[in-house]
Design a protein around this ligand. Structure first.
Ligand code: HAM
Length: 421
């Protein structure tokens, strides 16, 4: 055992489980690539202020959960706790917003939050995200929600629910905020929560404690304070979703943990995950660009959690149909056979066949064990006698059936058997 282990709240992805993570990332990102989203990659850290202004000074993410550092050069940096502020910063910096709108981008990577670790909540986790910048169009909100809902379905998940809300805009939200503050100030709450009323009253609605929830039953709801513009925008998003057959639940209490949201907000939750049930979330953020010093740029996006989605697959007992890691496993006996088969394996790989080789001069028995363990459909065995006869033995590892194939036809025969031309 090594002296070191992964830091608290983190874990390593190792084969064979790591294949599921790759498959989830692929299931999330492939539909985006087919829908006009271009790949963006930003640094793993940014100026701390980007997040404190973007995500919000009063959010848990900024006040408690950021990994910050001062560089030797005196820069204040933070490991990225989320992707939206970074992607918008990158787009603005490169002037993408001066070209055709919306700018549609997708990303995949690691994010860092100093949270209290528990099942499904890690300090290092992985998201696939999408952001559509510079358009105010209910169809764009709907597009993103449909893509996410379909991606979960394509993985075989059946118990992901979509919660939907509108958080209003700069016209109606302040009016609602004031009404909510009035209501909350009259409740019996602790000091911390009282402070939150002044800073970020909407977050109080999200307080999980029973003692707080009990008092919130008569709280004013954003839904009843939406201005005409927001009401009609939200209605259009709902109609578009319904027309695409995407089921959702209206959740007037859904507030999300980041401050930049306006209008459409949504979360995908899975009931098999305990308290960390959100497998993905997002929404519209029409004011974020201005908050980080950019022009007006209404935008919408989401990020889906890869780790929790893998947990959801396990909770539902779904096993993904992954392409075999190895299709053919070569088992040479003796030096000359090694050279021959190594060449065959190289050629098979060049033809796109997943092929592996018994390295390390193992005996036949151990080499066959490796072949079986690899999951390969065929073993290609070459011994001394075969060499003299100019053949290799192609063994079907499922049926056990074995037959000789002329050495110069090995690649062609294997390709044919595997349905490659
Ligand atoms: P978020 O809701 O903070 O949104 O994170 C999105 C997803 O990342 C969550 O639903 C969850 O699955 C996963 N996640 C978050 N924190 C953790 C954690 N500590 N451990 C494991 N998984 C986690 C955002 O990050 C926004 N940037 C989404 C967005 C994009 N909004 C607009 N555009």
């Amino acid at each position: 055992m090594s002296t070191f282990s992964a830091p608290k709240g983190t874990y390593d992805l190792l084969p064979p489980d790591s294949a599921d993570y790759l498959a989830v990332r692929e299931a999330f990102s492939a539909p985006l690539r087919r829908s006009g989203y271009g790949y963006v990659e930003t640094p793993g850290f940014e100026h701390t202020e980007l997040f404190s202004r973007g995500v919000g000074e009063s959010t848990d993410i900024v006040t408690k959960e950021m990994y910050t550092l001062t560089t030797k050069g005196g820069d204040e940096l933070a490991l990225r706790p989320e992707g939206t502020a970074s992607v918008l910063r990158a787009a603005l910096q490169a002037n993408l917003h001066r070209g055709a709108l919306p700018v549609k981008l997708w990303y995949s990577g690691s994010y860092y939050r100093y949270e209290r670790p528990q099942a499904g909540r890690y300090r290092h986790f992985s998201q696939v995200g999408a952001e559509a910048l510079g358009a105010e169009d209910p169809a764009l909100d709907a597009e993103l929600i449909v893509l996410a809902a379909d991606a979960y379905r394509s993985l075989g998940l059946r118990h992901v629910r979509l919660l939907l809300n509108s958080l209003g805009d700069r016209e109606c939200r302040p009016v609602y905020r004031a009404a909510l503050q009035d209501f909350l100030r009259g409740l019996d709450l602790d000091e911390d929560t009282r402070r939150r009323i002044e800073l970020n009253p909407l977050r109080v609605l999200d307080d999980k404690r029973e003692s707080v929830q009990r008092q919130l039953s008569g709280a004013p709801m954003m839904r009843d304070h939406l201005c005409e513009g927001c009401k009609s925008y939200h209605e259009q998003v709902r109609e578009l979703l319904t027309a695409q057959g995407v089921a959702f639940e209206d959740d007037p209490r859904l507030v999300r943990g980041l401050d930049y949201y306006t209008r459409t907000t949504f979360e995908f939750v899975h009931d098999g995950l305990g308290s960390q049930s959100a497998v993905g979330g997002g929404g519209r953020y029409d004011g974020l660009s201005e908050m980080i010093g950019g022009p007006e740029l209404p935008s919408v996006g989401w990020a889906l959690g890869v780790d929790r989605t893998v947990l959801a697959l396990r909770a539902e007992g779904v096993s993904l149909e992954l392409p075999p890691a190895t299709e053919v496993f070569a088992v040479p006996v003796g030096e000359e056979a090694r050279r021959e088969l190594f060449t065959a394996v190289t050629e098979l790989r060049r033809q796109g066949v997943a092929a592996d080789f018994a390295y390390g001069g193992k005996g036949m028995k151990n080499a066959m064990k490796s072949a079986n363990r690899s999951g390969a459909r065929y073993a290609l065995v070459l011994g001394d006698r075969d060499l003299t006869e100019g053949v290799a033995q192609l063994k079907n590892l499922e049926s056990g059936e074995q037959r000789p194939v002329p050495l110069d036809r090995v690649v062609t025969e294997v390709c044919a058997k595997l349905g490659r031309t």
